[in-house]
Design a protein around this ligand. Structure first.
Ligand SMILES: Cc1cc2nc3c(=O)[nH]c(=O)nc-3n(C[C@H](O)[C@H](O)[C@H](O)COP(=O)(O)OP(=O)(O)OC[C@H]3O[C@@H](n4cnc5c(N)ncnc54)[C@H](O)[C@@H]3O)c2cc1C
Length: 531
């Protein structure tokens, strides 16, 4: 009898909790403010999953143009496009996209003409079975780390594509990301999201944001006075951060004491001939106070000089870019973009999440911004709170995870500067000042003097840069890990075999894979087989 009574009470109590949760309003509408890459990627990612049950609207200003740079992606973009139901052939054709198989860093270590290393997009051979770094360091045979353990550097140096035309969309022999035209990409996504994914599109400028007493955003007010209401707001207004920064007052954490780049000058350079090579990697060439990116699309190159204005004048930075580009420079439109390096203290506050430049920006050395947009939108997609009652819990988890990601990216970017041996200018010397190096990075570098990074060094399930990426930068830049007797390879046979297998893959790749420009032309002409 007593047991039944307790059971009854428990059931009634649970039902009361359930009723109270169910009576809380659920998330039925999402408003994305901003129509740059962040806005449209978020819209596509969310609508592909929730478009039939949640009203998703994107409002963008016809007067404030998107930033229009951001042309290098991560391989994550393949999955993102696929999940949105995008034909890869259409994407290549309409966004003048090309294959990116990694980044080549030139003149970052000594500044000499023969100084370069690669950060490819594939794990070292047999990475899940063994760590090749200690074995390689004792048996370099004059080969760079990346070339010894990964066949992608050779493909890049030979100007090859990562696949053949017979391989279906999104399939390949070597992993890849994209170079794309940022302006065309947002137009492409706009069309796809509005015609295929049920996203409502409003063109107007938001002039005001109304809040409730508890701080939640109630609605945004357009310049014609129309109010747009929603349950969840996504701030993609770029560096103005209209909702998260300006309205909710979330503090900006400045990282310019660690990463000095604060200005960009960008141009678009057409190819001289349709025979010019299309580099299948992002080329990043170090300069006196920054570096130049060179991104080859199918129809033109995107080139830009990012630099520290504390170390170089605008005039000098522009003359360095002009020298790099050559005589064609004088006919090009030059875009100057200030960079504010850092991020918001919180990314999700009340019923508002900041994504893209509204959340922050770190210099584009590893093209991490679009990837951060993708993982932010995917987190919201996967954990979209069922009811407003759990919004603060989801927000807390989002903030913890993303603060971790941003800090890891800061460390990884700084690593490129810390390991440089360049002494020729104050910019490089200042970058190695211990006061500018995050403690977390100093700790890792101390650890890695005695063992090379491997999978267990990072505990996060969704690490943005895995241990393999650290290996490519460390050993590409000449970092030395002391190999103790204990660490000397216990599996020499396995390592030797892995390095031999990689060599075989290089030979196969060079023989079988087509020239990058030729494949891109074929894709434009014939398309790829859909999967
Ligand atoms: C020099 C440079 C190089 C870069 N290179 C790379 C790279 O290689 N790879 C990479 O991943 N990323 C790169 N990035 C970052 C990338 O460009 C951005 O992360 C990306 O474009 C996202 O921008 P966004 O959509 O957040 O902002 P924006 O493109 O600025 O878009 C803001 C949007 O908000 C709208 N808006 C603003 N105010 C209002 C308002 N009041 N009402 C209505 N709408 C409003 C605007 O109309 C616009 O549509 C680079 C950035 C810079 C500066």
């Amino acid at each position: 009898m007593m047991v039944l009574f307790i059971l009854d009470i428990t059931i009634i109590f649970s039902l009361t909790i359930m009723e109270s949760i169910l009576s809380k309003p659920s998330i039925k509408s999402i408003l994305i403010v901003g129509g740059g890459s962040a806005g449209w990627l978020s819209a596509g990612i969310l609508a592909a999953r929730h478009g039939s049950t949640v009203n998703i609207t994107l409002v963008e200003s016809p007067d404030v143009k998107p930033i229009g740079v951001g042309e290098g992606t991560w391989p994550t973009m393949k999955e993102t496009l696929q999940e949105m139901g995008i034909s890869e052939t259409d994407f290549f054709r309409e966004c003048n996209a090309s294959f990116k198989q990694g980044a080549k860093f030139s003149k970052w270590v000594t500044g000499q003409d023969d100084d370069y290393y690669y950060h490819p997009l594939m794990l070292p051979q047999d990475f899940v079975k063994t760590n090749l770094a200690p074995f390689w360091s004792q048996n370099t045979n004059g080969q760079s780390f990346s070339n010894s353990v990964c066949f992608q550097e050779a493909l890049c140096e030979h100007g090859l594509a990562p696949k053949t035309i017979t391989m279906p969309e999104y399939n390949s022999a070597a992993n890849y990301a994209y170079h794309l035209d940022a302006g065309k990409f947002t137009t492409f996504l706009t069309k796809h999201c509005t015609t295929k994914l049920n996203v409502k599109h409003i063109l107007t400028t938001i002039k005001k944001v109304k809040q409730r007493k508890n701080g939640d955003i109630e609605c945004v007010v357009a310049k014609d006075g129309n109010e747009i209401h929603a349950d969840l707001f996504i701030d993609c207004t770029g560096s103005s951060s209209l909702l998260l920064g300006k309205t909710l007052g979330v503090e900006f954490i400045d990282k310019s004491d660690v990463l000095f780049i604060d200005q960009a000058i960008a141009v678009q350079l057409p190819y001289e001939s349709d025979k010019d090579p299309i580099l299948p990697y992002t080329l990043s060439t170090a300069q006196d106070a920054g570096w130049i990116w060179d991104i080859a699309l199918s129809n033109r190159r995107g080139i830009g000089h990012v630099y520290s204005s504390r170390h170089m004048s605008e005039q000098k930075a522009e003359s360095i870019l002009a020298d790099y580009v050559g005589p064609a420079y004088k006919n090009l439109t030059v875009k100057k973009i200030p960079i504010r390096c850092g991020h918001r203290k919180e990314f999700w506050k009340n019923n508002c999440v900041g994504i893209g430049m509204a959340a922050g920006f770190l210099e584009p050395l590893e093209a991490s911004a679009l990837m951060l947009i993708e993982i932010s939108a995917k987190f919201i997609r996967d954990q979209l709170p069922e009811h407003k009652s759990v919004m603060s819990i989801v927000a807390k988890r989002f903030n913890e995870r993303h603060t971790y990601h941003w800090n890891r990216i800061v460390d990884f970017l700084k690593l490129h500067y810390v390991l440089s041996k360049r002494d020729d200018t104050a910019f490089w010397r200042d970058n190695r000042d211990p006061a500018t190096i995050p403690e977390s990075l100093t700790e890792l570098l101390t650890l890695w003097k005695y063992h090379s990074p491997y999978r267990q060094d990072f505990h996060h399930k969704e690490e943005v840069f895995p241990a393999a990426s650290y290996q490519y930068i460390l050993y590409g830049m000449g970092f030395k890990t002391h190999i103790s007797e204990r660490d000397k390879s216990k599996n020499d046979a396995l390592c030797k075999q892995a390095i031999a297998d990689n060599h075989t893959m290089i030979q196969k790749g060079i023989t079988l894979l087509p020239n990058n420009r030729e494949l891109l032309q074929k894709i434009k002409q014939y398309g790829m087989k859909a999967i």
